[in-house]
Design a protein around this ligand. Sequence first.
Ligand SMILES: Nc1nc2c(ncn2[C@@H]2O[C@H](COP(=O)(O)OP(=O)(O)O)[C@@H](O)[C@H]2O)c(=O)[nH]1
Ligand SMILES: [Mg+2]
Length: 332
Amino acid sequence: MPANLTPQYMAAEQRFKQASTHDEKIACLEEMLRVIPKHKGTDKLQADLKRRLSRLRQEAQKAAATRRGFSVSVEAEGAGQIVMVGPPNVGKSALLGVLTKATPEVADYPFTTRRPIPGMVPFDNVQIQLVDMPPVSHEYMESWMAQIVRNADAILLVVDLADPAVLDAVELIAAILQEWKIVPTAGSLTPAEEAEVAVGVVARRALLLGNKYDLPTSKETWDMVQELYGSRWPTLAVSALQGHNLAGLRRELYTLLDIVRVYTKAPGKKPDLTAPFTMPRGSTVVEVAATVHKDFATHLKFARIWGTEKYDGQMVQRDYIVQEGDVIELHL
Ligand SMILES: Nc1nc2c(ncn2[C@@H]2O[C@H](COP(=O)(O)OP(=O)(O)O)[C@@H](O)[C@H]2O)c(=O)[nH]1
Ligand SMILES: [Mg+2]
């Protein structure tokens, strides 16, 4: 063995030899490239590693393209699906790691994440699906990413508050979403946005999330980001590393979904408050009934409501719009 290779490199090489999948091999090669001592003596080896890496990446992409199903969707689970979009190294995978039981790879080199990785974020009595993604960049992007973002219910625009070029990062994300014909909105659309949506663009609610709030320069940067973008999107500063504001983030994820929780009960019984039905805001009683059972929609005569807007047990018609926290008794 060449005397100037470190134990770290040798370990990565050992893992590479034992790796069985494209992903593992690519990860090992990247690690080898990262830890290899950088000097003249290893130039040839570095070039060789790069060549093997690029060949493996091509093979992996081909394999992914032929594997059916993977390339276009992440099966939705829970109350809604929110996808993270951001440049490399902003902490998307770290966030998924602290908010969910998923175990994405977190590392200080770019392009660690190559697949959409879903995890479930608990908030109160609901579970929200959060999807980690490869980074967006002008250099290289996976072709399936646009479709995943279009399919999601909402988007987290994730940036690194310790990055002096954070404003460029926001503009990069905005530019790429525009390429993908996705308009990230704060809520209901402005007339200008609606005009765009009319020509094949989709609108998705978005939140601008500044991560790494724990680092020294972040507070100032955050003030600037808020000043510039605070009127365009809701904004939140967090630290995945120190757990700063994660409870706030969970609540914001719920808010982003723009849903209400309703509970059903049988006459004379107590509702099960641990298992809400989550409905798009603006849904009616008959839509809730249809969610409970497809036949209920046709058979529903009326409902009784226990909630904030009505007195307890008040009778409402099929078209009554349900509110957050309503308890509903369906009469067929
Ligand atoms: N100081 C600090 N570092 C973080 C934070 N979140 C992530 N990192 C670091 O930033 C690097 C990139 O994180 P990663 O989650 O892989 O970023 P991704 O490329 O966006 O998925 C890693 O070295 C993390 O440990 C944070 O809140 N504060
Ligand atoms: Mg990542």
